[in-house]
Ligand binder design. Structure first.
Ligand SMILES: Nc1ncnc2c1ncn2[C@@H]1O[C@H](COP(=O)(O)OP(=O)(O)O)[C@@H](O)[C@H]1O
Ligand SMILES: [Mg+2]
Length: 235
């Protein structure tokens, strides 16, 4: 479904991604793990079209999308829940959800929004309040809800568990599995490596802008450096 081949991302002198190739198949959950600064967010932004690639090819549903704008990529079924949520705190909860609709209008959007409110009663209770009143966990649900309104085929999530309590983290991962069971493919970047490896089927270890290893989650969990760095008892 998604094929990223040999892409580079540069920010001036910083060479953030070097020859990175990853793929996500139909109805797969794939994770990208790696330390801070490894290039995980740059990779997701490059796929979403909000960061430019200087080399390589990105294709989605067998079509090269390098030259598609970010909104066109959303329309084609590719959405990103960005790191830090990036919801609009001076807009209401409902207005934030409407932003996910992009070009879609009418009853279809209304139904999507109502189904988000059915699922998240905390959001429903606050639909006409500013998003700034939401807790961190509710803001993350709103960000995912907004991505769901776009009706994605592939949802990318950048560090969704960051700053959430353990209970909210497990609710979040239940939701991710549920979206997956509805046929949405998932590409997830997580600092909670243990949880990411538990949820995904396959993954990649990104290190200093390059893919150091790829494999099934069992293969990755057996990676010595990864195990020492992230899978200790404290996680
Ligand atoms: N907008 C930007 N401008 C300049 N450098 C950036 C920008 N975004 C990320 N970087 C740099 O690119 C590298 C990869 O960052 P990032 O993709 O955010 O990694 P990660 O998400 O794995 O922490 C880092 O060295 C970071 O400082
Ligand atoms: Mg990041």
């Amino acid at each position: 479904m998604l094929n990223v081949e040999n892409i580079d991302v540069r920010y001036g002198a910083i060479h953030a991604l070097k020859n990175v190739s990853i793929s996500v198949g139909e109805s797969e959950i794939v994770t990208v793990v790696g330390s801070n600064g490894a290039g995980k967010s740059s990779l997701l932004r490059a796929i979403a079209g909000t960061t430019k690639v200087s080399k390589g090819s990105i294709s989605f549903k067998k079509q090269r999308i390098n030259s598609l704008s970010a909104p066109s990529r959303v329309k084609s079924g590719l959405t990103l829940v960005p790191e830090g949520r990036q919801i609009f705190v001076s807009m209401t909860v409902e207005e934030n959800l409407l932003l996910g609709a992009h070009s879609r209008t009418g009853s279809e959007v209304k139904n999507s929004i109502e189904s988000i409110f059915d699922r998240f009663s905390n959001l429903a209770e606050r639909r006409n309040q500013l998003a700034s009143v939401l807790s961190g966990g509710e803001q993350q649900m709103l960000a995912i809800g907004r991505a769901m309104v776009a009706k994605p085929r592939l949802m990318m999530l950048d560090e969704p568990s960051l700053g959430l309590s353990p209970i909210l983290v497990s609710q979040l991962f239940e939701l991710i599995k549920e979206l997956h069971s509805q046929g949405i493919s998932i590409l997830i970047v997580e600092q909670n490596t243990k949880l990411a490896l538990k949820t995904a089927q396959r993954g990649y270890i990104l290190e200093l802008g390059s893919v150091r290893q790829e494999g099934t989650v069992d293969e990755l969990a057996a990676d010595k450096i990864l195990a020492e760095a992230y899978l200790g008892e404290s996680n």
